[in-house]
Design a protein around this ligand. Structure first.
Ligand SMILES: [Cu+2]
Length: 154
């Protein structure tokens, strides 16, 4: 019985110390965190940008989406990475839509290239108005190392 009391007292002391040492962080009261900033109209997909010790890669390498879906590219290792489409590797009719999508997503290197992202950073591209077809893309810094993928809009 005494041991139980001591354990309980120790636990309470730790809790009390923990609460007193840190500023009170109350995520539950942060109402802005609950509301997504910009919910995509279509479905959402996540592609990670990685270096596995041998290869630089997008995971998955092949992804099929619907027009209007959003793809979030997450840099997880081996950064910097980016997303670059080539005008001759996407449907010609999709070029205006993809230039607009890359512009809407923020700074870019050129009309079909997104900004460099460090590990832990995301880059979201919404395929609004994207016509059906295959969209080949690469990562500019690791293009020579074969870091590429194919998104199929159905
Ligand atoms: Cu890369």
């Amino acid at each position: 019985m005494y041991k139980h009391l001591m354990a309980a007292a120790a636990t309470m002391t730790l809790v009390a110390c923990g609460g007193g040492d840190k500023p009170a962080a109350q995520p539950a009261t942060d109402t802005t965190a609950a509301a997504p900033a910009a919910a995509p109209a279509g479905g959402g997909h996540t592609v990670t940008m990685e270096f596995d010790g041998t290869n630089y890669k997008f995971v998955p390498h092949d992804l099929t989406i619907n027009s209007g879906d959003q793809v979030i590219f997450k840099s997880v290792s081996g950064s910097p990475h980016n997303v670059q489409f080539f005008a001759d590797s996407i449907p010609p009719a999709a070029i205006p839509a993809m230039v607009a999508a890359m512009t809407a997503a923020g700074d870019k290197l050129d009309s079909l290239s997104g900004p460099l992202k460090m590990d832990g950073e995301d880059y979201a591209v919404t395929f609004a108005g994207a016509v059906a077809g295959t969209y080949k893309l690469t990562c500019t810094p690791h293009q020579a190392m074969g870091m590429n993928m194919v998104i199929t809009v159905k």
